[in-house]
Design a protein around this ligand. Structure first.
Ligand code: HEC
Ligand code: HEC
Length: 383
């Protein structure tokens, strides 16, 4: 036990030393303020016991996290593990549809999300890079956008994105609403403009009617954003084996998977991948213990990570810690798509984030655990 705490303590210390420099942009004060690394661990556990709100926020750690979508306030969900001492929380159960035409708006959002006319050459829809029938991503190293252009980044999943503290690898969009314009305008994604999008949608009778049915002012930029983000806000994956386990079903995980979960805590993975999204609530450097970028043959602007947003040297190579939910379905891994398998990703995490080579058997147990994080998206939200 002591050994385990020491290990977590060391991981927390490392995280804390990075955290010290980041509190202003949303790093949890919990980690920053604790005078001992161990206190940080206990604090995390206590915080999680109180409902496990994601811990990164600008305000004090005790105040609830600001939801990043008005359409999908966490308060709308029923949280079911109050009182648990686990550092991770199950996905909340989706609340019933609200009365304000929510379901119709979500379905409109689904249509828009799958419509290629949102891209300038009518070649890609949001779903081309975020396939909701798979892992909510595109399975490519980096995405292919309008006119067949390659981007610099691996597409993250849209599943559960509503729970992230911000959107994009570098966190430059504070909310899902603020995110939508990104791909619409990005020359290597959809390469379009709002004007073009609204004009094209307005030319379609079906969209004119559909919008008029649910939005009194019809097709506007705001309503397109509202519908898409309401749809994204429902793309919550539920019923993962790990969620059933956290809710008390001991048999939901087998022995190897349970050992994997224990290792996830013992090695301190949980100090970065935490909360109900098992990530998505902190910015962390890729290469805390070793320089990940040192021996790489090429580097691109996006590798600078959060530095591109803040221009602060301490944010160089810092990224939003990705959620590990459904991670078994979102190959390849990392912002650059460089890790082909979950096994590689876990090994690299050990080497660069923890500073040691994980034994082979630990890697395979961790991978078994990560596979229990795959949940399902409601049938009516898929194609
Ligand atoms: C050409 C591929 C492509 C298209 C088309 C595309 N995306 Fe993305 N998406 C990406 C990539 C790549 C990123 C990561 C970019 C970054 O971090 O700078 C991303 C990031 C996101 C994120 C942030 C997720 C997170 O965890 O940070 C959301 C949400 C998202 N996209 C939604 C959408 C929506 C909505 C549309 C359609 C309006 C769309 N995307 C169109 C490739 C694409
Ligand atoms: C110091 C913080 C930190 C620790 C500790 C840490 N990670 Fe990560 N993890 C990250 C960051 C940051 C990324 C994103 C890196 C990138 O793509 O640039 C990441 C990415 C990943 C990914 C790839 C996810 C994806 O969608 O691309 C996996 C899998 C992962 N981590 C698993 C683990 C495991 C297992 C452990 C423990 C052995 C661990 N991590 C420890 C910060 C951390």
């Amino acid at each position: 036990m002591k050994l385990q705490m020491d290990k977590i303590g060391r991981a927390m210390l490392r995280v804390r030393s990075v955290a010290k420099r980041t509190t202003e942009d949303g790093f949890p004060r919990l980690l920053h303020n604790s005078s001992h690394a161990i206190l940080g661990v206990i604090g995390l556990a206590v915080l999680c016991a109180c409902g496990c709100q994601p811990t990164a926020q600008n305000s004090a750690a005790s105040s609830p996290r600001k939801p990043n979508s008005t359409a999908t306030r966490p308060g709308r969900f029923v949280t079911a593990n109050a009182g648990s001492s686990e550092p991770l929380a199950p996905m909340p159960v989706l609340a019933p549809w609200k009365k304000d035409n929510e379901r119709e708006k979500v379905h409109l959002g689904k249509l828009l999300f799958h419509d290629r006319r949102l891209s300038i050459d009518n070649s890609v829809s949001c779903a081309s890079c975020h396939n909701v029938n798979e892992g909510g991503d595109d399975g490519r190293v980096t995405s292919i956008g309008a006119y067949g252009q390659f981007g610099q980044l691996n597409a993250p999943t849209v599943f559960n994105a509503v729970y992230n503290l911000s959107q994009f690898w570098d966190g430059r969009a504070p909310s899902l609403q603020a995110q939508v314009a990104g791909p619409i305008h990005h020359p290597k994604e959809m390469g379009s403009t709002w004007n073009t999008v609204v004009t094209r949608l307005t030319a379609d009778k079906r969209f004119r009617e559909h919008f008029r049915d649910v939005y009194p002012d019809g097709i506007t930029i705001e309503n397109v954003i509202d519908a898409i983000t309401r749809y994204e806000g429902r793309l919550i994956t539920h019923d993962a084996a790990f969620d059933r386990f956290l809710r008390g079903d001991e048999a939901a995980l087998n022995e190897v998977e349970k050992q994997g979960y224990q290792l996830f805590k013992d090695h301190g993975c949980v100090s970065c991948h935490q909360g109900r999204n098992i990530g998505g609530n902190l910015y962390q450097k890729l290469g805390v213990m070793r320089d990940y970028f040192e021996n790489r043959p090429t580097s691109v602007e996006a590798d600078a990570g959060r530095f591109n947003v803040t221009q602060r040297t301490e944010d160089l190579h810092r990224f939003k810690v990705p959620s590990l939910r459904n991670v078994a379905r979102t190959r390849p891994y990392f912002h650059d798509g460089s890790a082909k398998s979950l096994h590689d990703a876990v090994r690299i995490m050990g080497e660069y984030q923890l500073g040691y080579d994980l034994p082979e058997e630990d890697i395979s147990r961790l991978v078994s655990f990560l596979k229990t994080l795959s949940g399902i998206v409601d049938r009516e939200l898929r194609l």
